[in-house]
Design a protein around this ligand. Structure first.
Ligand code: AMP
Length: 491
């Protein structure tokens, strides 16, 4: 199959050749012929599959006819993060170099002035994050009733970030007779409902089953201790063991990105940091430095995991096991792109066993360990930690449940950073959790808990280690208040 059979215009075909694309990827092969005819597309595809070009190329072909009017853009692409939006704008620059179309990038963290000027001039393509788009709309700088083509990209990420109410609002502001191209890596029920509401008899195109990792990625695990210094040492060993050209190192928390970044710098690694608390300019500068090889390593939070196209990343290191299994797919999807070989290694501490099992269940495969799996004792320790956590979480959201969507998530996402939303299951902040774990009173309490008599799931849990019998403490435990020690006079 070649690009010339997909219905693209000669001008677009020459841009494809100039970009060095020889054969269409599966999503391009299936989506482009449908999208050029003006039909709706429901594309289930991960990043790294060439999905950006699968909507950009037919859009460019269709936008060749007609002109934009002031403040009335002709097409709209919604992206969940600023980085993704900026990246899609770059793709339009490359593929639309002969089209002389006006592309307006409407993202937060930068001034309104340039964006206003682009809109005033008349934008053919608006690429926006939902919050900033609505801000422009509310300021009266933008009319949405001229939109001919809508792209909703990374819809499941939009859901995670609480953007669904914004997307619904935006869709209602658009003309009914438009083309909608809707993409998502997975199809949870909320996304299916959104697609059912806003797409008209779409062509459903699925290029790989949800939650599968590219087969070109070699995945490995390395056991690591729980203490941060030991864990960082294990990471350094990993970074030196394998033949790394460049790598992204993922942490679950922004705070740890900073700590790891400074530690790696001290140890002489060429490293940058990327997380949602940095301003847009810093993030872009760091990404550029990583792209052009000025820095070889990038310590990052999940803000960098989805969609960022940094070609040729040789390695991914997961410093933390991601809390949500699907984040694992997105993280390791930064390597092994466009058919290249990739390598992804993850540090696993005893406390991560449950999260690791969830990932392996999702992948339908066990990941090999680099030098020896966790021992049985370590597994038992991890299971015990998890059971302790489960008790504290009772009544709250469990670790495996979905991230919040709707108002709270929306607020977090709109109030600044794309990874401002906290992962579910952290009702108790990690520090407080650790403090509670070390609290001797908590242990005393533990001994009041009735022994389990083999409820749900008890069979596959390792047996508890025998414990030395301890005297039960009631009320105030070992502590006897001074007033009770005073001699009592018996009348
Ligand atoms: P995406 O999934 O859109 O993030 O694209 C992933 C990477 O694949 C990007 O670096 C694209 O430039 C590249 N790419 C997209 N389509 C093709 C193609 N047909 N041939 C080669 N590379 C491609």
């Amino acid at each position: 199959m070649s690009f010339s059979n997909l219905g693209l215009s000669p001008k677009v075909l020459s841009a494809v050749t100039a970009a060095g694309f020889e054969t269409p990827t599966p999503i391009q092969e299936k989506a482009i012929p449908v999208a050029v005819t003006g039909r709706d597309v429901l594309g289930i595809a991960q990043t790294g599959t060439g999905k950006t070009a699968s909507f950009a190329l037919p859009m460019l072909t269709r936008l060749e006819r007609g002109r934009a009017r002031a403040r009335m853009p002709r097409s709209l692409i919604l992206e969940p993060t600023r980085e993704l939006a900026a990246q899609v704008a770059e793709t339009f620059e490359i593929l639309g170099k002969d089209h002389k179309l006006t592309v307006a990038l409407l993202i937060g963290g930068v001034s309104y002035d340039d964006q206003d000027r682009k809109l005033d001039r008349g934008a053919d393509v608006v690429i926006a994050t939902p919050g900033r788009l609505l801000d422009h709309f509310e300021r009266g700088k933008l009319l949405l009733n001229g939109i001919e083509i809508l792209v909703v990209d990374e819809s499941d990420r939009m859901l995670d970030m609480g953007f669904i109410p914004d997307i619904e609002r935006i869709c209602k502001l658009l003309p009914f007779t438009r083309q909608t191209l809707f993409f998502s890596a997975t199809m949870p029920p909320e996304i299916q409902r959104l697609a059912d509401n806003f797409l008209h008899t779409p062509e459903r195109i699925e290029v790989s089953p949800p939650a599968t990792a590219a087969t070109t990625i070699v995945q490995r695990l390395k056991k690591a201790p729980d203490d941060p210094a030991g864990k960082r040492q294990a990471l350094r060993e990993l970074m030196r063991e394998v033949d790394v050209k460049n790598a992204i190192i993922f942490c679950n928390r922004k705070k740890d990105v900073g700590v790891l970044f400074r530690s790696l710098q001290r140890h002489g690694f060429s490293v940058g940091a990327l997380h949602g608390d940095m301003d847009q300019r810093q993030r872009m500068a760091t990404l550029d430095a990583f792209r052009n090889g000025t820095i070889a390593f990038l310590a990052a939070s999940d803000v960098a995991a989805r969609g960022l196209d940094i070609p040729d990343v040789s390695h991914i290191f997961n410093y933390d096991v991601p809390i949500h299994p699907e984040d694992y797919i997105h993280r390791i999807g930064r390597t092994g792109r466009a058919g290249r070989e990739g390598f992804a290694a993850m540090l696993v501490t005893p406390k991560d066993i449950k999260a690791l099992k969830a990932i392996e269940r999702m992948l339908h495969q066990e990941i090999s360990w680099i030098d020896g799996a966790l021992t049985q004792e370590e597994m038992v320790e991890g299971e015990r930690y998890e059971r302790g956590n489960g008790r504290r979480r009772r009544g709250g959201r469990s670790r495996d449940q979905k991230r919040p969507s709707g108002q709270n998530g929306q607020h977090a996402a709109r109030s600044g950073s794309p990874d401002a939303h906290k992962p579910a299951g952290h009702a108790v902040p990690p520090k407080a959790r650790d403090e509670r774990r070390n609290d001797p009173k908590r242990d005393q309490h533990k001994h009041h808990v009735k022994p389990s008599h083999g409820g749900h799931g008890a069979a596959d849990r390792p047996k508890a280690q025998p414990q030395a019998p301890r005297q039960k403490q009631r009320g105030m435990g070992d502590h006897v208040p001074a007033f009770m020690m005073r001699p009592v006079r018996v009348p």
